[in-house]
Design a protein around this ligand. Structure first.
Ligand code: RIB
Length: 299
């Protein structure tokens, strides 16, 4: 079983020909809203991959709470551990440029009320061998307690180092499996401007020190990973991205689902990379997460 302990947002999305520079105003082409939040997106991806998934987190008592959880509910995600609190539901203001790239500002709202006590509750309901998936969009003390409680209970921890925060390097050393993009991995490694050779060397070095499984997502170039001292590479699909929001979350959720299902590591990476590619073809984080049959058709 997979439990995702993390953020739940409503995404407010504007598309533009190109992203504005600081201080610049550009005309928008369209506006839409969609369910988002890194925790919620990863939970939905794991669920759409076919696994039993619990989501723990918080939403407000406002008009965004229902729509933020609607797709998760429709998919059969267990939402009993999502609390309703007095802060507003988290929101993300997202600009998507013509090339599919984006800029995001997140206002945590209810996500900021998630506590270490909430971590104890979420992890306390898990069993040895279950998978706990975390990101860095809820308060650090909650993430830290969840990692510690999971370790004590024999729960496997998967930490996605997104979004990049000051504590990412430290927290990234205490999860069993870490998923990071290039910039996040540089924070974990404590170095900047890494080329492919530097990255591979840093993966080997950290793995040698900690024994962790480490996965670095490389956008269109797929992923590189290390597990049990072996380097793995996997590619997604060649695509023209429409909107990359949620692609990383789709990768994370599908990867956790693959582990939970007992897929071998390389197959889990490849399936997750393909799912992440497919998530770039439709606008909006959760609406773009593919179903397992659609991913299977492209493997
Ligand atoms: O990773 C994408 C997500 O980041 C969006 O859904 C947005 O809510 C922000 O949390």
């Amino acid at each position: 079983m997979i439990t995702v302990f993390g953020s739940i947002n409503m995404d407010l999305i504007a598309t533009t020909e190109r992203l504005p520079k600081p201080g610049e105003t550009v005309a928008g082409n369209s506006f839409s809203t969609a369910a988002g939040g890194k925790g919620a997106n990863q939970a939905l991806a794991a669920r759409r991959a076919g696994r039993a998934v619990h989501l723990a987190g918080a939403v407000g008592r406002d008009g965004f709470a229902g729509p933020a959880l609607a797709l998760l509910k429709d998919a059969g995600t267990q939402l009993e551990a999502v609390k309703q609190v007095d802060e507003p539901t988290g929101t993300a203001l997202i600009l998507v440029g013509g090339d599919g790239e984006n800029m995001i500002a997140v206002v945590p709202g209810a996500n900021g009320t998630v506590t270490a006590a909430g971590a104890d509750l979420a992890v306390g309901a898990m069993s040895k061998g279950d998978i706990l998936m975390l990101q860095l969009e809820i308060p650090v003390p909650a993430v830290e307690r969840a990692l510690a409680a999971a370790r004590a209970g024999g729960v496997i921890t998967v930490l996605n180092l997104a979004p990049l925060i000051d504590d990412a390097g430290r927290l990234g050393r205490i999860a069993d499996i870490v998923i990071a993009n290039e910039t996040e991995f540089e924070r974990l490694a404590g170095r900047e401007n890494m080329g492919p050779d530097d990255r591979e060397a840093a993966l080997k070095q950290i793995h040698g020190e900690t024994g962790q499984t480490l996965i670095v997502t490389l956008g269109a170039d797929g992923v590189i990973a290390i597990r049990d001292s072996v380097i793995f590479r996997a590619k997604g699909l060649k695509i023209e991205p429409v909107d990359t929001v949620g692609a990383g979350d789709t990768f994370c959720g599908y990867f956790a689902a693959g582990l939970d299902e007992g897929l071998d590591f390389e197959t889990a990476l490849r399936r997750a990379a393909v799912a992440g590619s497919l998530a770039c073809l439709t606008q909006g984080a959760q609406p773009s997460i593919p179903l397992s049959a659609d991913v299977a058709n492209k493997l």
